[in-house]
Design a protein around this ligand. Structure first.
Ligand code: KG4
Ligand code: ZN
Length: 342
């Protein structure tokens, strides 16, 4: 089965075709970052318009590679959560195509796409596992029991981790989205005179709060302005240390609470080098295993939607008769997939 996947929940147009028989994934990715940079964040209306312009030609390129539109068997798109206008573009194109071709179509939960992305790697995780999903919009610790059977163990009460990275990067005058740039600055330094708090680690529970770290950075910046490169590096280092340490502590607790020996890490911040190193060390100490997607599958992409779609469509799911997008949608509202053989 060849499944077309469309991702358009935010500022990346991701298109992929996954062949369940061969395991081959073809994909195209267009990032709108340059368009939004001058505004310092994503402008929803501009995002929608860019998806309108880019999606159809990108689908066309991939269809040429597989011998035309008739070779497609099914279509999956991101139904939510995300920006409503951006989601509508992907949903409309996916459903229009499915209607014209008379093929099954299915809306996919963006965070399930992230959660399943490590399964595209050579050594895929088996259920059950703890999933740490860290992106620009979400910070979730999930008890993942089977495909579609998810219980949220903890989540951020305010800023998501990626958002905290981006906001702190902005305070350091780094261009949007500053998360990876802040991380690169931090990685060049090996010590800092500053110490940031580890929010909500001194009490039980698995929820997070990251907005205080941005305020801590702001206070330091006010005290030390104007900042030179050394100071910026030290602030970035201390910030990244605090975030990663907080995530490590909560992952360790989630492993204790569930008794699981597998940890899956996904979402944009999953590409963070230090986070990967620290969690590798944690699972070694705990006699557990950690699974990451390839860095290009950590950030938003069409491949994860094509893959999640392939699993669900293979199990017979489709929603050809429903047309809605869900800007807010909990992972807990998904249904378990009975058959997950591809
Ligand atoms: O999953 P994603 O591409 O989009 C959402 O679904 O939100 O995640 C994007 C987020 C951004 O906040 C970006 O700054 C952050 O992931 N990010 C990173 C790194 N790479 C991406 N944050 C820290 N270190 C990185 N290496
Ligand atoms: Zn995402």
């Amino acid at each position: 089965m060849k499944v077309l996947g469309l991702e358009s929940s935010c500022d990346e147009t991701g298109i992929a075709i996954f062949d369940t028989n061969t395991g081959q994934m073809r994909q195209r990715l267009y990032s709108q970052i340059e368009r939004h940079r001058e505004y310092g964040g994503v402008v929803p209306e501009l995002a929608s318009r860019d998806h309108v312009v880019k999606t159809a030609p990108m689908i066309g390129e991939l269809l040429d590679e597989i011998g035309g539109v008739q070779a497609l068997d099914a279509i999956a798109y991101t139904r939510g959560p995300g920006l409503i206008g951006a989601l509508m573009v992907g949903a409309s194109i996916a459903r229009g195509l499915a209607w014209a071709l008379e093929k099954p179509v299915l809306g996919i939960h963006h965070m399930e796409g992230h959660l399943l992305a490590p399964m595209l790697e050579d050594n895929p995780p088996e259920f059950p596992f703890v999933a740490l999903l860290v992106s620009g919009g979400h910070t979730l610790l999930v008890d993942a029991r089977a495909i579609g059977n998810y219980r949220i163990l903890g989540e951020s009460l305010d800023d998501a981790v990626g958002e905290a990275f981006d906001k702190t990067a902005k305070l350091l005058d780094l261009p949007y989205p500053g998360g990876p740039l802040l991380a690169a600055l931090a990685d060049k330094v090996d010590a800092s005179r500053f110490q940031f708090p580890r929010p909500m680690t001194n009490r039980p529970g698995l929820d997070f709060s990251f907005s205080g770290l941005k305020t801590a950075a702001l206070n330091i910046i006010h005290q030390h302005s104007p900042l030179d490169e050394t100071l910026k590096g030290e602030i970035a280092f201390a910030f990244q240390h605090a975030v990663v340490d907080t995530l490590r502590i909560k992952c360790s607790r989630a492993i204790d609470q569930t008794g699981y020996s597998r940890l899956v890490v996904a979402g944009g911040v999953g590409a963070n080098r230090r986070l990967r190193q620290v969690l590798e060390r944690l699972v070694q100490e705990r006699g557990a295993q950690v699974f990451f997607p390839a860095p290009e599958y950590c950030t938003d992409n069409g491949a994860m939607i094509a893959y999640a779609g392939a699993l669900r469509l293979s199990a017979g799911e489709c929603d050809n008769n429903v047309f809605n997008v869900l800007p807010r949608w909990s992972l807990e509202d998904l249904g378990e997939v009975a058959v997950c053989e591809l």
